[in-house]
Design a binder for this molecule. Sequence first.
Ligand SMILES: [Zn+2]
Length: 157
Amino acid sequence: MLYPPEFGQDPLYPQAKDFKIEYKNHVVGSGMVTLKRFKKGDTIAKLAGDVVESIRPHSFRISKKKHLNDKYFIGYFIHSCVPNTAINTKALIATALTDIEPGSYISIDYSATEDYLFRQFKCNCGNKKCRGVIAGKKETKRTGLSLMSYYEGDDDY
Ligand SMILES: [Zn+2]
């Protein structure tokens, strides 16, 4: 279990045997590496954290005024403009957007869950579709919204 015991013992929570925190580089810092294989569409884990009323470095917005702060698991997800994972902020699950091989960093699009990020940053993800400066959903008119539509109108996740 990667979460502290006070979060409960839900078997869908990320298990320590399935993930490890690995140092990537001095720009990104450490990331969460999966030791397990996931197929596109698989649930990676159920998410938990402290519900807080303001944005934090590792939080994501779950409602108009509430943010979930998860410094144990999601806090280590790295950003990619072409991520392998999406967070469903209503169901509080992380879902694989692509097949994910063991040894891969879990990546999300930091702009997908936030209008404005806690801290803007310059992206070096290296993808052809890299947006350069990552600031939040409202950074530009269109980009960053594409991932949200993954769940919109999709009731049977
Ligand atoms: Zn990028």
